[in-house]
Design a protein. Structure first.
Length: 172
């Protein structure tokens, strides 16, 4: 679970800080990049509404797995340079929104309510450190490797997170 939170936080922080630059590297004009970036917030909220409408019918691991798959689809579409930037960012935003729910519900479902608060704090620490470091590390990759290298790093991290989410099913 710590790995999921760490990789998830890294991807989200890098995308949040470097999205406009990454989109411009794919030939998207600044105004369009800003408009595309504005799709993320409503997608997050919409996905949370859909998740809450399910009223807990799905196990939190399902929610986490779906979130990580949506994130990797969005990031991979951006990395591939597909002309569907809006769709890619809606998928990414939806995954990010659902992830914000899952990162609190999965530990509760897997480990129970005993020591929940302390456990979530311990699980969150590496992810918070990663979120703090990710923008700077992303800037280094972007500066020295370019947008393609940064997209590759984001895709690999997002794919790794799907794998970790799938491995959590074994804990269940």
């Amino acid at each position: 679970m710590t790995g999921v939170l760490t990789l998830g936080g890294t991807v989200m922080a890098m995308v949040s800080v470097h999205l406009i630059t990454l989109l411009q590297a794919r030939g998207v004009a600044l105004a369009s990049a800003v408009a595309y970036g504005a799709l993320i917030g409503p997608s997050q909220v919409g996905a949370r509404i859909v998740e809450m409408a399910g009223k807990g019918r799905h196990h939190p691991l399902w929610t986490l797995t779906a979130a990580m798959i949506l994130v990797v689809l969005g990031v991979t579409m951006l990395a591939a340079g597909l002309p569907l930037v809006g769709l890619a960012l809606v998928l990414y935003g939806a995954g990010n929104g659902i992830y914000s729910i899952a990162r609190g519900t999965v530990p509760l479902a897997l480990f129970g309510p005993e020591r929940y608060a302390a456990l979530v704090g311990l699980l969150a620490r590496p992810g918070l450190v990663a979120q703090a470091l990710a923008p700077s590390l992303g800037a280094v990759v972007l500066t020295h490797g370019g947008a393609d290298a940064t997209y590759t790093v984001l895709t690999v991290l997002a794919l790794g997170n799907v794998v970790l989410a799938l491995l959590l099913w074994r804990v269940r």
